[in-house]
Design a protein around this ligand. Structure first.
Ligand SMILES: NC(=O)c1ccc[n+]([C@@H]2O[C@H](COP(=O)([O-])OP(=O)(O)OC[C@H]3O[C@@H](n4cnc5c(N)ncnc54)[C@H](OP(=O)(O)O)[C@@H]3O)[C@@H](O)[C@H]2O)c1
Length: 276
């Protein structure tokens, strides 16, 4: 049975491939992006099954209008995909206050605005699914990505809570957590001028590795998109969908270590109860 989707950030990468794949299988897509003419060819090919609206997710009023208009255009939307985001790449000392605000405005407040705008519609229609794209970096962290991680961990916390609030209305969330994938994400990284003092630190090593492209990126975005669609087609919504072999190993190792660290401090935790 074909579905109707709402997707942010459809100009490139996951959002674009998702849009193309869904249209090819006969679904309907409400696609939003900052430069809507980038979907002109798809629009010409798919006609009314593709609804397109300009949207910069940092504009909360525009998010509400776009979500309202998409539900009005299609009557029902089965899956909302909050995908638009980018990476701020620099040590915490290097990035500017304005860069931090824009990163949080886009990746956190933009995603929250999309979800909040969709909830009343999803409730009114008796339920639906939400895919919030975070990252393996929503569960682990690399140096030089602190603000990006802050944004993705923020969305993980937001979804963990709101999913409990709206489960009674038949609304189910999945946090999609890709590892490094061959999209335009790398080209879209925003980087401040580096500080030489970080050259011989872990942050400097990551900066060099990215600049020299000295690490391989194995994630195939088309396969990842296939997994997202299969997930949304499934009867149950897993809370997390981690994508990528190396990412699986990294997140698993981090969770094992975190659990061990929690167990090591058990006595301290228990010792802080009030005596009565
Ligand atoms: N690729 C990876 O390695 C990777 C790994 C983990 C998670 N992710 C996540 O995957 C999602 C999609 O990224 P991608 O890999 O597909 O990269 P991408 O090809 O760069 O796509 C990012 C999309 O987000 C859009 N966007 C950025 N800021 C926006 C704003 N203010 N308003 C509306 N749209 C905005 C971009 O639009 P413009 O064309 O207008 O800039 C673009 O359509 C993001 O949430 C990212 O954090 C990616």
């Amino acid at each position: 049975m074909s579905k109707t989707w709402f997707i942010t950030g459809t100009s490139s990468g996951f959002g674009r491939i998702l849009t193309e794949t869904l249209l090819a299988r006969g679904d309907r897509v409400a696609a939003t992006l900052r430069q809507p003419d980038r979907l002109d060819v798809l629009k010409a090919r798919h006609g009314d099954r593709l609804w397109v609206a300009p949207l910069d997710v940092t504009d909360t009023d525009a998010v509400r209008h776009a979500v309202d208009a998409a539900f009005a255009a299609f009557g029902r939307i089965d899956v909302v995909v909050s995908n638009a985001a980018y990476g701020l790449f620099g040590a915490a000392e290097e990035v500017t206050d304005a860069q931090i605000r824009h990163q949080i405005d886009t990746n956190v407040l933009g995603s929250i605005a999309v979800i909040r705008a969709a909830l009343p519609h999803l409730r009114a229609q008796g339920g639906g699914r939400v895919l919030q794209v975070t990252s393996e970096g929503g569960q682990i962290a690399y140096p030089n990505f602190s603000l990006y991680h802050a944004s993705k961990w923020a969305m993980e916390g937001f979804v963990e809570s709101v999913a409990q609030e709206v489960a009674p209305f038949g609304i189910a969330f999945t946090l999609v957590e890709p590892g490094p994938a061959r999209t335009s994400f790398g080209q879209g990284l925003v980087s401040p001028p580096p500080m030489a003092v970080y050259d011989d630190t872990p942050a400097g090593a990551v900066r060099r590795a990215v600049a020299e492209r000295s690490f391989a990126i194995y994630g195939d975005p088309a396969k990842m998109v296939r997994a997202m669609i299969d997930c949304a087609d499934g009867a149950e919504a897993p809370r997390r969908l981690l994508l990528g072999r190396d990412s699986f190993d990294r997140v698993r190792a981090a969770l094992v270590e975190r659990l061990a660290a929690l167990d090591r401090q058990r006595e301290v935790a228990l010792s802080t109860e009030a005596d009565d």
